[in-house]
Write a protein that binds this ligand. Structure first.
Ligand SMILES: Nc1nc2c(ncn2[C@@H]2O[C@H](COP(=O)(O)OP(=O)(O)OP(=O)(O)O)[C@@H](O)[C@H]2O)c(=O)[nH]1
Ligand SMILES: C=C(OP(=O)(O)O)C(=O)O
Length: 215
């Protein structure tokens, strides 16, 4: 089974606000774009993936991610993350009703295609499933097998809400790169330690990142 992966991306000028301490206003949009480019490039390189749909209203990001090979779906609802994901899933399914669909955050710059393949192969065993983020509070991936609705509930405490919605929690070991979303400076350091893609590495080289606490 090969998946359609839906990647949501909010307008770059508003993205990654929690990284304000780490990246100045002038650098943050470029950093958010680099995260999305490295994420989408890794998804497209994954053997378990058929195609990628990026749902965004950002013109520059849409152009750059289309150049990598993603399809761009306009964020027509304009009603936030879950509305964007439900809309993109409906667009994907209107063309291919039987496609398995997985939503994946755009802030996974350390993503490795082989680890994503293991997660998606596991997701194929369940009607709906999800992968908790590295902090074990949120969600980085939510998957729906053919014929199942995605029913996205991303946002605060989404791990608990996805579990309560009946989605099966994927408990695989050694899929850190699929779980390591980057919301804070500490997350960015953790992603750099795992090894990020080339676009994120280039932008991060311009940031003054403090070392781990206690050094
Ligand atoms: N298309 C779309 N994507 C969104 C929207 N809100 C958030 N996203 C994306 O959903 C994922 C998680 O988003 P958030 O954690 O809410 O936002 P963020 O920009 O990553 O970080 P913060 O600004 O620090 O909250 C990221 O890939 C975002 O770009 C939205 O309204 N529309
Ligand atoms: C939207 C989510 O991600 P983030 O950690 O980026 O807020 C989430 O975990 O549901």
């Amino acid at each position: 089974m090969r998946w359609t992966v839906v990647v949501p991306l909010k307008p770059l000028a508003r993205a990654k606000s929690r990284l304000a301490d780490t990246a100045a206003d002038g650098l943050r949009p470029g950093l958010a774009l680099a995260f999305a480019q490295d994420t989408v490039a890794a998804v497209l390189a994954c053997a378990a993936v058929l195609d990628v749909a990026v749902v965004t209203d950002d013109v520059l990001a849409g152009r750059e991610l289309a150049a990598l090979g993603a399809r761009v779906v306009p964020d027509e609802p304009g009603g936030g993350l879950n509305a964007a994901l439900a809309h993109a899933t409906a667009v994907v399914r209107s063309r291919s009703p039987e496609s398995p669909v997985a939503a994946l955050n755009a802030d996974l710059p350390a993503l490795r295609p082989t680890e994503l393949a293991r997660v998606l192969d596991t997701a194929a065993e369940f009607p709906r499933s999800f992968l908790p983020d590295a902090a074990a509070i949120g969600t980085t991936l939510l998957a729906a097998s053919p014929g199942r609705e995605l029913l996205p509930a991303f946002g605060t405490d989404s791990r608990a809400r996805h579990r309560a919605s009946g989605a099966v929690e994927i408990g695989l070991d050694a899929v850190d790169s699929v779980r390591q979303d980057v919301d804070t400076g500490a997350d960015l350091r953790a992603a750099l330690a795992l090894g990020v893609g080339p676009r994120t590495a280039a932008v991060a080289a311009h940031l003054l990142l403090p070392g781990p606490p206690g050094r």
